[in-house]
Write a protein that binds this ligand. Structure first.
Ligand SMILES: Nc1nc2c(ncn2[C@@H]2O[C@H](COP(=O)(O)OP(=O)(O)OP(=O)(O)O)[C@@H](O)[C@H]2O)c(=O)[nH]1
Ligand SMILES: [Mg+2]
Length: 349
């Protein structure tokens, strides 16, 4: 399944209904006076963030959205009905951009957030409105105000709770496949992963979404390798899992390279909670592996996990650590997961 994360749509709010020109007609009543009602207001265009959506796929099929026009005013001082609003529902995490594809109009981060992006036109005045002491029988009514129109872009970044970062070949995709039903491509050469993959990880009764993105290399922020464009997909994660191949010439240098790229990218990535793990523990004798763990622990001043994605050994302690960070980031711990997604493995378009 392809994950659509960009859609261009056209919006129009409703025109206001025209006011009515009418005079009261009743038997035995001369000069009944003006009784034309006002036109109804045109409908607004509203965009709302909904929790149960994961894609913008609906906006691939329908790209035009118009709110209803207001109705005509009528005689007997009846106002026209207001036109119905159009409410567009988009996934949490959607950004709304102007037609230039740069100016951010809104950035939906929580369920239920909504904006009225276009207001409907006001209704026109009926002739009753123009009645005055000097003009008892106005023959004037006004048209409604026109609605507005606009073209916008909807852009959705994947919302993963945790993101995997590391050099190419560190074993990120292997780790994802070890703990979820996702089946990313795994191979013994750099840049096997070309697009982010998502997997839903379950530990006991807790689930979270883990994103596997293409590997970073030194200079990724300047476009080297596949660049750092995929880091946008982990910007909203609560925690990063930093995987390092235990066979690297120097695990501390390797760690620093990735940290350097995260801070060069900015957007708060280098301030996110980080879990560090040396991967491929099955390839080294235990004492040698322990030395590397100690070296990296001294270097970073943080806990360092040892794991083998390929054999699945010691994956669970890392998942518990991730769970702890996700819970800490959520407003109400043990609440519904931020993205308890119904999909299992999704590739981005
Ligand atoms: N022995 C051993 N090999 C591993 C382990 N994890 C991954 N590998 C191997 O390392 C190679 C790279 O694994 P991937 O999971 O594709 O690495 P990646 O980090 O996703 O690489 P990119 O997608 O290129 O960034 C593959 O040949 C895997 O079989 C492990 O725990 N032990
Ligand atoms: Mg990969």
């Amino acid at each position: 399944m392809k994950f659509l994360d960009l859609a261009k749509i056209y919006l129009k709010s409703g025109n206001g209904g025209p006011g009515c020109l009418s005079f009261r007609h009743e038997k035995y009543l001369e000069f009944g006076g003006p009784d034309g009602g006002n036109g109804g207001k045109g409908g607004d265009v509203i965009i709302e963030a909904a929790d149960n959506l994961n894609t913008l796929i609906d906006y691939r099929f329908t790209q035009h959205f118009s709110a209803k026009n207001g109705e005509h005013g009528m005689g007997k001082l009846r106002s026209g009905q207001h036109g119905n609003d159009v409410i567009l529902r988009v996934p949490v995490g959607t950004e709304i951009l102007a037609e230039d594809e740069e100016t951010v109009i809104a950035d939906f981060k929580t369920e239920g957030e909504r904006i009225t992006i276009l207001k409907g036109g006001d209704g026109g005045f009926g002739n009753a409105h123009f009645k005055s002491a000097t003009n008892q029988a106005p023959r004037k009514s006004t048209k409604g105000w026109p609605g507005q129109e606009m073209t916008i872009w909807l852009r959705l970044k994947l919302i993963a709770d945790a993101g995997l970062v590391g050099l190419p070949n560190a074993g990120k995709s292997t780790f994802l496949s070890a703990c979820s039903a996702a089946k990313p491509k795994i191979a013994d050469y750099p840049f096997t992963t070309l697009h982010p993959n998502l997997g839903v990880v379950k530990i006991d009764d807790f689930s979270f979404v883990l994103a596997d993105i293409p590997g970073l290399i030194e200079g990724a922020h300047e476009g080297r390798g596949l660049g750092d464009q995929f880091l946008a997909h982990v910007e909203r994660c609560a925690v990063l899992l930093h995987l390092i191949d235990i066979n690297a010439d120097d695990v501390c240098d390797t760690y620093d390279i990735i940290r350097g790229e995260l801070s060069a990218y900015g957007n708060g990535l280098d301030e996110k909670p980080e879990i560090i793990a040396l991967n491929k523990s099955d390839t080294l004798p235990a004492e040698e592996a322990a030395e590397k763990v100690a070296a990296l622990r001294d270097h970073t001043g943080k806990d360092v996990y040892l794991v083998s994605g390929a054999t699945g050994k010691d994956v669970r302690p890392i998942l518990f650590a991730i769970k702890g960070e996700i819970n800490a980031a959520r407003v109400t711990p043990n609440d519904t997961p931020v993205s308890d997604a119904p999909w299992d493995d999704i590739e981005t378009a």
